[in-house]
Design a protein around this ligand. Structure first.
Ligand code: CAO
Length: 562
């Protein structure tokens, strides 16, 4: 029996990934592809599969170790004869990387006199790290086969349970073939397309010549149709020799994401825990992680399941009753429309906040007569600056000033309930209504920005949100949210807190109302405000003082600079 050293394969260039789980033990017989360990880099959690079958000899890593490509994980005795040369080196061939060149063991090596600028090679375009192993639905193919694209051009649109994402082209070239169809669920590493590129144009500049080079035009035989079920293929593992794989890996293309308000609460758990959760039918968003940086451990999941079962047993039918489905066709004709994942996730998060947080909503009107006069005075300057000056930047600024004086309103409650997390920064989320659903991009350091800067940033972020161009960072870090429905109308509404924040300000439509000045009624523009807060953290007094300050600041905007 040969003893093989099983090594950490190419893990997307991650150095010093932490071993968070060891899934096999010495003496255990394992299959090809069986997961050996789970490692976590700062970018992703990955299970490293066995490149061959055999019996585990000695483990060379333990939980907590830091590993990089090439480090030995374990020794394995015995090997199936059917193993590929790549797997004999311990390389995980099942983890293709975005833009991996398709080469074969027989491919000619890069010739000395190769003119890299004219050589053509084909690369597989793979799904990059989606930030989750749950997969995403491919909802749109944005370019037909045969199209020439530039590096970074969007190729497909994905929708996961967290976000909508566009996958960009890893290089300039021609999309020669689609390997997926609309509706397919894809995961990191799945090959979605094949591209013909000139070797010198690859973003990594490291794509090897595939040998006999074909003209780009020939390679890109136009097949302008979106693939059908019959034409789509399962992800193909690259047969490239392990020795060339790392050098030829292009940089992972960025993924642009637009996510819902709740994306901030993205689950932090390894693939093994996620798999177990799926088997139990548990949504990990409900489980509190006790691992480092809030990572959800297997134990956390087990305890959650035990508690849930115990709770069900004790409820005696007094738990939350479900709403039974009805057969509406009994009353007339109907249509069933699939909801976007963002809409579904928003729904989950609304329920999570509504059920976990005791909401109190307090109302007031801000007299914005002076502010509206001032805003109109600034109209021509706004036009010159190319900025649309709505009431919103003033409202954000007033909130930032009031939050400075009432920091509890921008705190978060630790899960244990023992501590409050106070924040020394003032990033405010702004609800944006988009065709894909509700998203809440975050404006950073509102307290430090001018009204002009805020107005410009509101417009930029709202446009990015509607164009699905927001990045994860644009959606994170908010301490408080403003939801303005003023432009749509309505006197007021009771906004739901964007947990783990503890307060949110809802803004209704301003209207001219009679205001008694002690002698006569005068027409004033009043702006209806509704402040919802988490009553576990914010008392009526805190909320009342905060809202009074916000209305006072809006009534006399000069006070914002005091
Ligand atoms: N009262 C009266 N008019 C108002 C107003 C208010 N409270 N707020 C804005 N307006 C006016 C603006 O001044 C603008 O008119 P002018 O062009 O004549 O000045 C017009 O309404 C349109 O404003 P806007 O909506 O384009 O710009 P905004 O800065 O007020 O808001 C944004 C930007 C992105 C927040 C907004 O477009 C949006 O998406 N709001 C929806 C938020 C939402 O869905 N919240 C609910 C979450 S829970 O489901």
């Amino acid at each position: 029996m040969a003893e093989e050293l099983i090594k950490v394969p190419d893990i997307g260039g991650a150095e010093g990934a932490e071993v968070v789980e060891v899934l096999v033990s010495p003496g255990e017989t394992i299959e090809v592809e069986q997961s050996l360990v789970v490692v976590e880099s700062d970018k992703a959690s990955m299970e490293i599969p066995a490149p061959m079958a055999g019996v585990v000899g000695a483990l060379r890593v333990a939980v907590g170790d830091s590993v990089s490509e090439g480090d030995v994980i374990l020794t394995l005795e015995g090997m199936k004869e059917t193993e590929s040369p790549a797997s004999q080196t311990g390389r995980a061939t099942t983890a293709p990387v975005p833009g991996t060149p398709i080469t074969t063991a027989a491919a000619a090596p890069l010739s000395e006199d190769n003119d890299a600028s004219s050589a053509v090679t084909t690369i597989e375009v793979t799904i990059p790290d989606l930030g989750s192993d749950e997969g995403a639905d491919l909802v749109e193919i944005l370019v037909p086969a045969g199209t020439e694209v530039q590096e970074g051009d969007s190729l497909v649109l994905l929708e996961s349970d967290k976000a909508s994402m566009e996958v960009p082209a890893p290089s300039a070239g021609v999309v020669t073939e689609w390997r997926v169809e609309i509706g397919t669920t894809v995961r990191e590493g799945v090959v979605i397309a094949v591209m013909a590129i000139r070797a010198g144009t690859d973003s990594s500049d490291q794509v090897p010549d595939t040998g006999p080079s074909e003209a780009l035009d020939n390679e890109a035989s136009p097949n302008a149709s979106i693939p059908t079920a019959a034409s789509s293929a399962a992800p193909s593992a690259s047969a490239e020799p392990a020795s060339t794989a790392q050098e030829s890996m292009p940089a992972e293309p960025p993924v642009t994401v637009s996510a819902s308000a709740s994306d901030a609460g993205a689950v932090y758990a390894g693939p093994a825990v996620r798999k177990l959760a799926r088997e139990f039918g548990v949504s990990l968003t409900n489980v509190t992680g006790t691992g480092s940086r809030g990572r959800i451990l297997k134990e956390d999941l087990q305890q959650y399941v035990s508690r849930t079962l115990a709770g069900e047993g004790a409820s005696g039918g007094a738990g939350l009753p479900t709403i039974p489905d009805q057969d509406f066709t009994r009353f007339g004709s109907i249509d069933r429309i699939a909801r976007s994942r963002i809409d579904k996730l928003t729904a989950t998060n609304m329920v999570r906040s509504w059920l976990n947080v005791p909401h109190v909503t307090q109302f007031d009107d801000a007299d914005i007569n002076g502010m509206e006069r001032f805003r109109k005075e600034l109209k021509s300057e706004a036009d010159e600056r190319g900025v649309r000056l709505t009431p919103l930047p003033f409202i954000l600024k007033a909130c930032a000033v009031a939050l400075r004086d009432h920091p509890k309103l921008k705190s978060s409650l630790a899960n244990t309930g023992e501590t409050l997390i106070m924040k020394h920064y003032c990033h405010i989320g702004m609800a944006v209504d988009t065709p894909a659903g509700l998203v809440v991009p975050v404006i950073r350091d509102v307290d430090k920005k001018s009204i002009w800067e805020l107005a410009a940033e509101i417009a930029t972020l709202a446009e990015k949100a509607r164009d699905k161009q927001l990045k994860p960072a644009d959606l994170q870090g908010g301490v408080f949210t403003v939801s303005s429905l003023g432009a749509m109308g309505g006197r007021g509404f009771t906004p739901i807190i964007n947990v783990p924040e503890v307060a949110i300000l809802g803004v209704g439509r301003a209207a001219v109302q009679p205001v008694w000045d002690g002698e006569v009624f005068r027409p004033h523009t009043l702006l209806p405000l509704a402040l919802s807060y988490d009553h576990r953290v914010v008392n009526g007094g805190d909320g009342g003082r905060f809202l009074t300050d916000v209305t006072a600041l809006l009534a006399d905007v000069k006070r914002m600079v005091m």
